[in-house]
Design a protein around this ligand. Structure first.
Ligand SMILES: Cc1cc2nc3c(=O)[nH]c(=O)nc-3n(C[C@H](O)[C@H](O)[C@H](O)COP(=O)(O)O)c2cc1C
Length: 327
């Protein structure tokens, strides 16, 4: 089984990926948060920083593109090709209102004829593998049965399925019935994504879709929020080892220092770190008061104090996952 880190805008950016690789080194493929094609010859600074080869050394990284304009997709792919990338990923999953209203991300799933034409165009690019990250529909899971007919017309490097519809956002539970059908119906390799927060979640999924069963095609699992919440999750899954507090603290400190260096302004660095804590806080015992302190901190020194007291006074809960202890 291969394991991928999910693209998460503002979170699994190059700083996070590099630190993760250094401390944990157990991810087969990293996906960048989405890039949006623009008309100019170059990338936006933030996007460029994220795909620049020197910021992604020693990692297997796939840039992701969000658009419904085939020309923009092709131009951006060619720019990425020049940087040395051999695979790009198409985002057909983003549920955000502003994206969907422009018929992009999971909004594109409701425009099947346009989607088919778009795919026909982009699959003409030479020497570039294209994978797709998709939800199973915009409004209803039934839409997937039409979408898969379209996907099967193209040599997709990998079809990464997050089995929710746009309307679900992150609510409801992943639809494993439709995912099972996807495995049977897809002529392309399939990767599962969604709600793997604990080793138990992972093991239940594997049990439901065993690799040795020739009928199934799950060759890879992509994890997002689960890893951000518990950066030790992959080691727990692979080797049954729990993360050490000192390792997590060192990982955290490196990300913090790199953000401070990158942004120069502490406010921006703290904003990013607080986003991480929005996930990571749940793996700590009795975390409420520390969560508040971290959120409130306006100065790096206050932030560091709050984090240090959390690490000193609380423990990482065994078997912890994202929504553990949350009420
Ligand atoms: C804050 C946030 C940002 C995300 N950004 C992206 C993105 O840029 N591209 C994308 O395809 N999915 C994005 N996603 C979706 C994740 O990649 C993933 O599909 C989703 O979180 C379900 O997987 P998980 O349960 O393992 O987290 C984002 C999700 C979150 C919560």
């Amino acid at each position: 089984m291969k394991y991928y880190l999910a693209p998460m805008e503002g979170i699994t950016v190059h700083l996070f990926r590099n630190s993760y690789e250094k401390f944990f080194n157990n991810i087969d493929k990293y996906f960048t948060p989405f890039l949006v094609p623009n008309k100019s010859e170059s990338f936006k600074t933030r996007e460029f920083r994220d795909v620049l080869p020197e910021n992604n050394k020693g990692m297997n990284v796939v840039p992701q593109i969000l658009t419904n304009d085939s020309e923009g997709f092709i131009t951006t792919s060619k720019k990425l090709q020049q940087l040395g990338y051999t695979e790009v990923n198409l985002n057909l999953g983003c549920p955000s209102g502003t994206v969907v209203s422009k018929n992009r991300g999971s909004g594109f799933l409701a425009k099947r004829e346009e989607l088919d034409r778009f795919l026909e165009d982009i699959f003409k690019i030479d020497n570039m593998k294209i994978s797709i990250k998709t939800r199973i529909g915009k409004d209803s899971p039934e839409e997937f049965y039409e979408l898969i007919k379209i996907y099967n017309r193209y040599p997709i490097e990998e079809l990464i399925i997050h089995p929710r519809v746009q309307k679900d956002f992150y609510g409801n539970t992943p639809n494993l019935e439709v995912f099972k059908d996807a495995l049977a119906l897809s002529t392309n390799p399939v990767c599962y994504n969604g709600d793997i927060f604990t080793a138990e979640d992972h093991n239940n999924l594997i049990k439901a879709f065993p690799e040795e069963n020739a009928f199934t095609k799950v060759k890879a699992i992509m994890l997002g929020r689960g890893i951000v919440a518990n950066p030790g999750l992959m080691n727990l899954i692979k080797n049954n080892t729990t993360i050490d507090k000192t390792v997590l603290k060192a990982f955290h400190d490196e990300i913090l220092n790199n953000y401070i260096e990158l942004f120069k302004e502490d406010k921006n660095a703290l904003f990013r770190m607080k986003e991480l804590w929005g996930y990571m806080i749940y793996i700590f015992s009795d975390n409420k008061k520390y969560a508040k302190k971290i959120k409130k901190a306006q100065k790096v020194s206050d932030y560091k104090d709050a984090v240090l007291s959390l690490f000193e006074e609380q423990e990482i809960i065994e078997g912890a996952g994202l929504f553990y202890n949350q009420d």
